[in-house]
Design a protein around this ligand. Structure first.
Ligand code: 1HN
Length: 347
């Protein structure tokens, strides 16, 4: 391989003329754009501790009324990517949102897609296009692009959830925007996870062969996911990941187009070494204590902590506790797959 020419190899007046004409020579920048073998990554493998976040979030509750915030959120920003860019990984936005009793986070709709993963509290709800979904700890709730959504709190004490959005991608595409609207007219009936899509493998017969709603199921109750993981664990060898993906029950495809969501169970003392992937990810601890080694960086995690995993990273995850541990994973594999470059690298 021959060495590429540097910018300084070019005469200064030639470089200045190029700049004046908004032209850039590729060859001095080619290797930075296309490194050999593995992408260059600025994402720092790291953990955000909930014990650090929670007090700051509660202070935000005292300092900023909901009317002044619309959404009261502290964003988990990866310092390797620049805090102001609000990226946990290059494609994944993560925030922790607080809502207090009686508050409403007003109705709006936007081009980025979001999900909520409930961390603590009782009495919270999200309404999506009139469907009211209770927010119980560990529930996953989808608010896909283009669907009106608002949050409320009818209980006591703080309610906190994790927001995951494809905002970095949509923003980079100069396609991120929102509209505000009047409060929704909320239907007085249980959400689809309790009615039309009660059980996986069973979907409403009516309209089966007609194009359907792109997002039939928007709430995945944790009680169901946790039980499914425990049952899967009974037929999974130790060291093999016990992992379930949240999918569209009509198509079996990832439930959202850009980001993918899954849940992992680690048995007491178990270590898993998930296959190395081209996608980036965020791991959020639902229950348990453990350690992760991400590209050689040793990270300890406890309940409600959140870990950033760069693209192409070598990952080991260990449950150091005496009870099962459960993790919620967000990754950008669905987008990478659609763009045609998703890869797995088996050892
Ligand atoms: C949003 O709509 C919510 O609806 C939370 O709760 C966080 C961050 C960026 C853009 C939109 C919400 C958000 C957001």
């Amino acid at each position: 391989m021959s060495e590429l020419g540097k910018l300084e190899d070019l005469p200064l007046d030639y470089r200045n003329n190029l700049t004046a004409q908004n032209l850039v020579p590729l060859w001095p920048a080619l290797r930075a754009a296309l490194p050999h073998g593995i992408p260059s990554r600025n994402t720092k493998p790291m953990v955000w501790k909930y014990s650090d976040i929670r007090p700051q979030l509660m202070l935000a509750g005292e300092l900023t009324p909901i009317e002044k915030a619309e959404r009261r959120v502290l964003v988990l920003a990866n310092p390797g990517l620049g805090l102001e860019n609000m990226q946990a990984t290059p494609t994944i936005y993560i925030g922790m949102q607080l809502i207090l009793p009686g508050e409403t986070a007003p109705n709006h709709v936007h081009s980025p897609s979001a999900v909520r993963f409930v961390i603590e509290g009782n009495g919270g709800f999200t309404a999506v296009n009139g469907e009211k979904m209770p927010m119980e700890r560990g529930d996953l709730i989808l608010t896909p692009s283009g669907l009106w959504h608002e949050h409320g709190h009818e209980g006591d004490g703080p309610v906190v959830w994790l927001d995951a959005l494809d905002l970095p991608t949509v923003f980079a595409m100069e396609a991120s925007y929102c509209l505000e609207g009047d409060p929704q007219v909320i239907r007085n009936q249980p959400d689809a996870s309790q009615t039309t899509y009660r059980r996986s493998g069973l979907v409403p017969f009516a309209g089966l062969h007609q194009p359907r709603n792109k997002y039939p199921l928007k709430r995945f109750p944790w009680s169901e996911t946790r039980a499914a993981l425990e049952d899967l664990a009974t037929v999974t060898n130790t060291g093999q990941p016990v992992q379930l993906a949240y999918v569209n029950p009509e198509t079996g495809e990832s439930c959202m187009p850009v980001l993918g969501f899954s849940a992992i169970m680690l048995r007491p003392g178990e270590t898993i070494a998930p296959v190395r992937r081209s996608s980036s990810a965020v791991l959020h601890v639902i229950e348990g204590d453990g350690q992760a080694v991400v590209d050689g960086e040793e990270l300890s995690w406890a309940e409600n902590d959140t870990v950033a995993v760069p693209t192409h990273a070598v990952v080991k995850i260990r449950n150091t506790g005496k009870s099962p541990a459960f993790l919620f994973q967000v990754d950008d594999a669905p987008m990478q797959q659609k763009l045609g470059f998703f890869e797995e690298f088996p050892e």
